[in-house]
Design a protein around this ligand. Sequence first.
Ligand code: BMA
Length: 326
Amino acid sequence: MSLKVIAENVPNLPWEDRPAGSDAVIWRYSRNPVIPRNPFPKANSTFNSAVVPYKGEFAGVFRVDDNRRVMNIYFGESKDGLNWKINDRPLDFICEDPEIARFQYRYDPRLGWIEDRYYVSWCNGYHGPTIGIGYTYDFQKFYQLENAFLPFNRNGVLFPRKINGNFAMYSRPSDNGHTPFGDIYYSESPDMTYWGRHRYVFGATLPWCYTKVGAGSIPIETSEGWLMIYHGVLLSCNGFVYSMSAALMDLDQPWKTIARAQPYLLSPQMMYECVGDVPNVTFPCATIVDAATHRIAVYYGAADTCVAMAFATVDEIVQWVKDNAA
Ligand code: BMA
């Protein structure tokens, strides 16, 4: 393996081999969906969710819309990354200032280890969607920081390490509704409170994502650049279609694109992706990568209803991005 992947060893990474006879660069778990819509009775749907390896097992922050259709984020744990136990009470954050705790809704979490703790970012309803940020050391106590931006913004995805001495994040400025536009931007912060040095990353310029794009999982660091898995939206005569694809971004200036694949990597094609509360959605929020094998397990929301998984290797996606770039 000539490509270097900066990640931890996850010997128990959930995995299933590529189906015999397939040459797909990414393949779905044969037992999808892994998390059903209602892991507890008051859940309406469980989807766009984030997981990490934790103490030899796995931990996650899950988007659950309850049966009042209140959107919130919940802690969950798993021994194998496949069978999850999700708390039926939303995450309760400790906040220094009571104003930080005010929110109308929370959804689409991302989760990752940076330096000395796990950070959670999510779409936080504070008079409109913005990026909420919190952290935990142990998944017992969660602390909430300032919202990163003014409304309206979604899909805030932190980098797993500082860049040029600053924390770094992709995000997607938006509107208050089901935004009919959206490009990805990059921002830096010295302290996780004040965000600036905003840079344009790329836009909704390809046919499969002609309406909007948004960062997906925490970028994966490789010797060839950051591997970014993102979602993109096409507006069809029947509504939005959410697919995912990948791009390779500059390591020191992650707003600069080295290569961006022209096709989608995975689009809604299975019944559980095409039928649900919001049809035709595949929405990646997390990947777990094993440094030893370069295997990736992708967790994605399907049809705003359940969580599904797909598998790939870092090397093959990087090669596919390079082979399929413009
Ligand atoms: C976006 C967000 C996502 C959702 C998607 C498709 O605006 O709400 O959580 O998956 O729409 O409904």
